[in-house]
Design a protein around this ligand. Structure first.
Ligand SMILES: Nc1ncnc2c1ncn2[C@@H]1O[C@H](COP(=O)(O)OP(=O)(O)O)[C@@H](O)[C@H]1O
Ligand SMILES: [Mg+2]
Length: 255
């Protein structure tokens, strides 16, 4: 599995007449199989960092590396698209395609036999408990179910790195906490390396092994919190004292 190394990343945007620095010198590592969250105020550059890691945007300076520990440290940065999946805030499903066809879609862009496509699509749907709804259209699903499909679509190509941009922020509280547990279970069972941005402290604590707190612009990492929560019935226990203590610690950093 892959390590993400973000080294001395800087980015400015041109806002009319002047250059607006968003962040500079952001350095962080997400270890293989680790779930790291970036939490910070709106406009801090969280989405921009993820887009740079995904290769959708370019930094002014700095580097992103993906190293494969089990492969003699071979740098797989050039192979970025094959190992990364990106889960956006809104599911962005194609309304004219069924659940099954939406999830299968990324596989149609690579060379794969029909049988393997069907197998992989079914496996991804099973991971998010959506196999029973394979023939429905997106408009027949609730928001939570649509986001499950979006997650299945991100998993179908067998990524090693998952990037998530506020994936559950449009959902109600109960649906959101169910999906957080589903995502946590999937990440740990597939040993995925995950980087998520969020502005929800409880979401960050529920899902993460480590939470990095970002400041206002120009953005820097101002704190790092390791999170250890007990596991109860295959879920992370969010009713324990450690959960509330972590939430409180991070809240203090954000003020
Ligand atoms: N393409 C762009 N052109 C100009 N400014 C941008 C662009 N994308 C983002 N910004 C600016 O960069 C800052 C960080 O944006 P973003 O990464 O979306 O923040 P966050 O996700 O933390 O809310 C914001 O001030 C935003 O206005
Ligand atoms: Mg954002």
């Amino acid at each position: 599995m892959k390590t993400i190394e973000i080294q001395q990343l800087s980015k400015s945007f041109n806002s009319g007449k002047m250059l607006l620095p968003v962040f500079y010198d952001i350095t962080l590592t997400v270890k293989s199989g680790e779930f790291v969250s970036l939490i910070g105020p709106s406009g801090a550059g969280k989405s921009t960092i993820l887009k740079i890691v995904a290769g959708i945007d370019a930094p002014d300076s700095g580097e992103i590396k993906f190293d494969n520990n089990s492969d003699n440290g071979r740098d797989l940065t050039s192979n970025r698209k094959a190992i990364i999946s990106y889960v956006p805030q809104h599911p962005a499903l194609m309304p004219w395609l069924t659940v099954f066809q939406n999830v299968r879609f990324p596989l149609e862009l690579v060379k794969m036999s029909k049988g393997d496509m069907i197998d992989n699509t079914l496996k991804a749907l099973e991971l998010v408990d959506m196999a029973a709804y394979a023939n429905l259209l997106p408009h027949q699903l609730s928001g939570g179910m649509q986001q499950r499909v979006s997650l299945a679509r991100a998993l179908v190509s067998g990524p090693e790195v998952l990037l998530l941009d506020e994936p559950f922020s449009a959902l109600d509280e109960v649906t959101r906490s169910n999906l957080q547990q589903v995502l946590w279970r999937i990440c740990k069972s597939l040993n995925l390396t995950a980087l998520m941005v969020t502005h929800s402290i409880s979401e960050a604590v529920t899902l993460s092994d480590r939470v990095l707190v970002l400041s206002n612009k120009p953005t820097k990492i101002i704190a790092e919190n390791s999170i250890a929560l007990p596991i109860k019935n295959m879920e992370r226990d969010t009713s324990c004292l450690a959960f509330f203590k972590s939430v409180q610690d991070i809240r203090k950093c954000l003020h």
